[in-house]
Design a protein around this ligand. Structure first.
Ligand SMILES: *Cc1c(COP(=O)(O)O)cnc(C)c1O
Length: 968
């Protein structure tokens, strides 16, 4: 391998002679933590001469990519933003009246700046360490409370990926809850078409038979296990669903209502007319349309289904001191514990967007939301009356914000031409009818413009807002959002402080490294984030005509090409909204390919026991049977077991799911042989690309033998984790699988052979693809490759620094690890009574977020520093770990009590330390400031250790009354 010069010799912008003529730092140098000086130092510790020597030792030579990636030359932040501005100018922002679940909305500026654009919120990790995540857990509890109130149901989860997949999760839950007694599922023809697409794709592999029909005329002599209805219907009509639901219940079926949450401030909520499940999107609660996303889907149901709910649920529990504390509840439902028996494969969801939606409700309060909804409705009434005066027929009997207009003798072409002049988009139902959806941004001027379009040449008089037209029989009479949180922060000062108070409770990348193995918490550069809220990108409806989205098409085309080059695969789909969705999409591609070659019976999916929980959960969603493959003592796939299983299931073998480098953090030398075995038996290799940060520029899944690979753009390609989402999980496929990639029926993409639709929007969460685009543009081929090399260097440095204190569980052939390392802490349970959680919580006292705990091996932690962390930060982390090891030694030697010690009592909160009486055998200083530098950047955990079991036994997933707090 030709050695590439890493870092120019001069890495400082200030030259030695004191003038500032030397070149300034490139983006690559700002993204990668250690400069050349530190790199040299670290290589010295590893006793390796150059970075390339290190890489040669880590990555098996036979899989190396011996050339640079073919990517454009790196641009500076300024130049990249300039280029992107030009691309953005190719998008045309029309006023959108398309509706279909996506609406223009107004994000309150205080929320935009202080949450959406604030790294204190968007760089946080999923709240698995609740003591340092109370802020977003509280915001999510507010979200759940808001959903519970609006839908009139009993429990809600903390978000799903979008409305379509939420409906699919509801179908799946209904199927399980009714014990598969029939395979028929009714889908109202009045659902949003993209939701129907997602449902059909999900139903097929599970053998569910979807019956699309009219809920009024549906014949219940056909058995169904469930049904989904849209409320208001996709064309805007408001139906009373009571009768249908009663009949469905009489047949033992569960009914899901996909409801627009804003309409529920005025309309009778689903829970009150009998729905078992409500799903939908909270997009119009302050999340820009973003040409498809990201937005938070929601899911609410009855308490009796709490163990079947998909996704994460935040619950109320208490800490060791008896204080109220929040944490993720009922985790035993989730894929990381239940694997192929999980309720769903959802891992990353839409936390940041759920936080935004909840704060939108906090900002407006119940009264404010109602005013917004009423005004939208009154504008719609005004429009309807105007259209009637012009002689048009409105087909909706009752409506909230959407009208379906019969064009009568007017030609649709005519209307569209007039729309274009006014830069207005409507929904096209047919050649003779259009849909118009109004929203929070609609003004009387918009109504006049719309009426002008429909009036043709005739004069349109100015309009006055008409009174609402919602008869009592469909109106909401119950209260909602009565909790003080929705009624206390209506001055901006109060809200700003509330947002800031919550932000301060959460440890994010703004405080310290979050070294989460497999999750790749790297820099989310500000320049990468800025374009997300540019109006040219954020104010575009996902079903706007492609002639208006040329800028986005450029981004997609380039990103697809670059990701194809990076993975060595032929085709890319940007549709899946998370890694889990990439797995699901990729396996369905394989399934469809097998069907196309008359091998549709292949349904065995081999999955190593070390795999991430989403892998088996996704395989089951695709109708596959999971056969586990053992790992050997070195953490590698047991080749003999693999061969035996592949042989045994040869005829039925569909796929192997394999993570590379392995979830044990090692480049398995035998990977090509492994892929060969699968191919020899007619199977396909699915590579889980979560560990792509160890491959980019150095080796490629396609070259290694993968047929499909998903990428977690929220890991490797800089989309921030958002505290548990958004994410993006595009897939790359080999040439023979390209025709089967996801399609979409509204925005026509995908081949005829497409496996279907996996997200509501054709390119998933389009607006955050800009982040990955910026990253690649600013890094260029050599920057990306250097990032990978330094990620590997950083991990090996930590392994080396800590190995005499904690055994490194797995290493490659040269005694080196890949981009992460597993530290074995299992022996301390016996020697000191110290559990893995004690170490994780003690790290909080040092201001660190724990690495990945007990995965993939129980009792261990997996550390992934990423390339973005510089040597001083790595050193601080290592010092913290070494100090903790000393604290453990003192327990081991009997010097310190086994129960009452620094680890068992961690984390230490300020309230808990600042008491008059102190009766622990260590000092308060030792607890709070275990190392001198901690004083300088002290992060205080908001609560003491959270008791998870208590909360699961006493399940509460909505805001608790304020009095409960004052009783504490
Ligand atoms: C993160 C991860 C996933 C799941 O990705 P999500 O985006 O959270 O759905 C799958 N496999 C591995 C190995 C991962 O680390």
């Amino acid at each position: 391998m030709a050695s590439q010069a890493l870092y120019p010799e001069c890495s400082s912008s200030q030259s030695t002679d004191g003038n500032f003529s030397a070149q300034s730092l490139t983006f690559k140098q700002r993204h990668i933590g250690p400069d050349s000086h530190y790199v040299k130092k670290m290589l010295g510790v590893l006793e390796v001469k150059t970075l390339d020597d290190l890489i040669d030792k880590v990555i098996p030579p036979n899989i190396r990519l011996n050339r640079f990636l073919q990517l454009p030359t790196a641009l500076s932040e300024y130049a990249a933003l300039g280029n992107l501005k030009n691309i953005a100018a190719q998008n045309q922002v029309f006023r959108s009246f398309i509706g279909m679940g996506y609406y223009q909305c107004i994000i309150p500026a205080v929320i935009q700046r202080n949450i959406l654009e604030n790294p204190g919120w968007y760089t946080a990790y999923t709240p698995y360490q609740p003591e340092i995540a109370q802020g977003r857990l509280e915001a999510l509890l507010n979200f759940q409370t808001m959903i519970i109130d609006l839908t009139g149901l009993e429990i809600a989860n903390a978000s799903l990926l979008d409305e379509g997949t939420a409906a699919a999760e509801a179908m799946n839950m209904s199927y399980g809850a009714t014990k598969h007694k029939t395979h028929n599922f009714f889908v109202s023809q009045d659902c949003h078409p993209q939701t129907i697409d997602v449902l059909q794709t999900r139903a097929r592999p599970l053998g569910i038979n979807i019956i699309i029909g009219n809920h009024i005329t549906f014949d219940f002599s056909q058995p169904i296990f469930g049904a989904v209805l849209q409320y208001p219907a996709s064309d805007g009509s408001i139906y009373k669903y009571h009768v249908f639901i009663e009949q469905a219940h009489a047949e033992g079926a569960l009914v899901t209502v996909a409801a627009d949450p804003l309409s529920l401030t005025l309309l009778e909520p689903p829970g009150e007319f009998g729905a078992d499940i409500a799903v939908g999107s909270t997009q119009r609660f302050g999340s820009p349309m973003g040409y498809g996303g990201p937005h938070a889907g929601y899911f609410a149901t009855k308490e009796k289904y709490k163990r079947q709910v998909p996704g994460r649920v935040v619950g109320v529990s208490k800490d060791t001191h008896g204080n109220i504390a929040y944490r993720l509840s009922l985790q035993t439902r989730e894929q990381h514990i239940r694997r192929e028996k999980a309720t769903s494969n959802i891992c990353t969801a839409q936390v940041l967007l759920a936080v935004i939606a909840s704060m939108y409700a906090v900002y407006h309060g119940a009264a404010g939301l109602k005013v917004i909804a009423l005004e939208i409705h009154q504008h719609t009434v005004t429009l309807a009356e105007g259209l009637k005066q012009l002689g048009y027929n409105i087909t909706n009997k009752y409506f909230f914000d959407t009208l379906r207009v019969d064009l009568g003798p007017r030609s649709v072409k005519d209307i569209l031409a007039a729309c274009k002049l006014k830069k207005i988009n409507l929904r096209l139902f047919s050649d003779s009818s259009v849909g118009i959806s109004l929203d929070e941004t609609t003004t009387i001027k918009d109504i006049e413009d719309l009426l002008g379009i429909f009036a043709g040449n005739s004069h349109t008089p100015s309009r006055k807002l008409l009174p609402p037209q919602l008869p009592l029989e469909i109106s909401r009479t119950s209260n909602y959002l009565t909790h003080p949180v929705f009624n206390s922060y209506h001055s901006e000062t109060e809200l700003l402080r509330y947002l800031h108070k919550l932000e301060l409770k959460d440890l994010s990348l703004t405080t310290s490294m979050i070294p989460l193995g497999s999750c790749t918490m790297k820099l989310n550069a500000t320049s990468e984030m800025m374009p997300v809220t540019w109006p040219e990108f954020s104010n575009i409806h996902p079903f706007a005509p492609q002639s208006q989205t040329k800028g986005y098409q450029v981004i997609f085309q380039q990103l697809e090409n670059w990701l194809a080059e990076i993975t060595g695969l032929a085709g890319v789909s940007l549709q899946p909204n998370a890694g889990s969705q990439g797995e699901y999409a990729g396996l369905l591609v394989i399934r469809k390919y097998n069907e196309s070659r008359r091998e549709g019976h292949r349904n065995i999916c081999l999955i190593p026991t070390s795999a991430h929980g989403t892998n088996p959960a996704s395989a089951v969603m695709c109708g596959m049977k999971v056969v586990p493959v053992a790992c050997d003592n070195g953490g590698n796939i047991d080749i003999d077991d693999l061969k035996a299983k592949a042989e045994k299931h040869s005829r039925e073998l569909a796929a192997l799911m394999v993570t590379y480098p392995s979830t044990h953090g090692v480049f398995e030398v035998a990977i090509q042989e492994i892929c060969g075995v699968i191919h020899d038996h007619g199977g396909q290799v699915y590579m889980d690309g979560a560990n792509m940060n160890a491959q980019v520029g150095l080796c490629r899944p396609g070259d290694i033998g993968a047929d499909v690979c998903h990428l977690n753009l929220h890991k490797t390609f800089c989309i921030p984790h958002g505290g548990g989402g958004p994410g993006m999980g595009p897939i790359g496929v080999a040439i023979h699988l390209k025709p089967f990639l996801p399609g979409h029926s509204i925005v026509e993409i995908g081949d005829e052979l497409s496996m279907g639709t996996v997200s509501s929007a054709p390119w998933g969460s389009s607006s955050i693809l800009l982040i990955s685009w910026m990253y690649i543009v600013m890094m260029g081929a050599d920057g990306l490759t250097d990032a990978t090399k330094v990620a590997i260097l950083n991990a090996n440095y930590i392994a080396k620094r800590l190995e005499s204190y904690y055994p490194v569980l797995y290493k490659g052939t040269n005694g080196l690890v890949a981009h992460e390392c597993i530290l074995d802490l299992r022996s301390f349970k016996k020697s000191a009574g110290v559990e893995i959680d004690d170490v994780a919580k003690r790290l909080m006292d040092f201001g660190f977020h724990a690495p990945t705990v007990s995965w993939p091996v129980a009792g261990t932690i997996m550390v992934e520093p990423t390339e973005s962390e510089s040597l001083p930060e790595l050193e601080r982390f290592c010092e913290a770990m070494i100090t903790i090891r000393k604290e453990i030694s003192e327990i081991e030697s009997g010097k310190v009590d086994v129960e009452d010690n620094l680890l068992k009592n961690a984390p230490h909160t300020a309230t808990n330390l600042l008491t008059a009486k102190w009766n622990h055998p260590y000092s308060r200083e030792q607890a709070a400031y275990p190392l001198p530098w901690v004083k300088n950047n002290k992060f205080w955990p908001a609560v003491g250790r959270v008791n998870a079991a208590f909360g699961d036994r006493n399940f509460i997933c909505s805001c608790i009354p304020m009095e409960t707090y004052s009783q504490e």
